[in-house]
Design a protein. Structure first.
Length: 125
């Protein structure tokens, strides 16, 4: 649980399940903690000093890693910036999500093709 300005935010450790919700909640946490720029930019914004940027990046990266289950933590521990960590998470787990959605929509399509008995209609060649 993290606290910022009296606001409690609870996020579970990502363990491979429900990435879409975890991602949104993590973004919200970074917004509340004023660290969200670290996932939006690879380079330091002109409005920030190098010291401020490095501090923000370290804090944001730590927040994200603290909310990863152990096996995911170690898989992501080589990322040296928050931006690269975030991009790697998106690349890996949004791809898995897209595959799952595609598989689910195929299942739905097959269910839509069933007749009232629950069987797929016969196709005559």
């Amino acid at each position: 649980m993290a606290t910022q300005s009296g606001t409690n935010v609870e996020i579970w450790k990502f363990d491979g399940k429900n990435f879409a919700l975890w991602k949104e909640m993590m973004q919200d946490m970074l917004v509340i903690r004023r660290q969200v720029e670290a996932i939006r930019h690879n380079d330091k914004p002109a409005s920030m000093s190098t010291k401020e940027w490095r501090s923000m990046d370290e804090v944001a990266r730590s927040i994200i890693r603290m909310h990863l289950a152990e096996n995911f933590y170690f898989n992501m521990s080589k990322e040296t910036t928050t931006f690269s960590l975030w991009e790697k998470l998106l690349a890996v787990y949004e791809e898995i999500l897209l595959i799952k959605v595609d598989t689910d929509s195929t299942s739905i399509q097959h269910e839509d093709e069933r007749d009232g008995s629950g069987h797929l209609p016969h196709q005559h060649l």
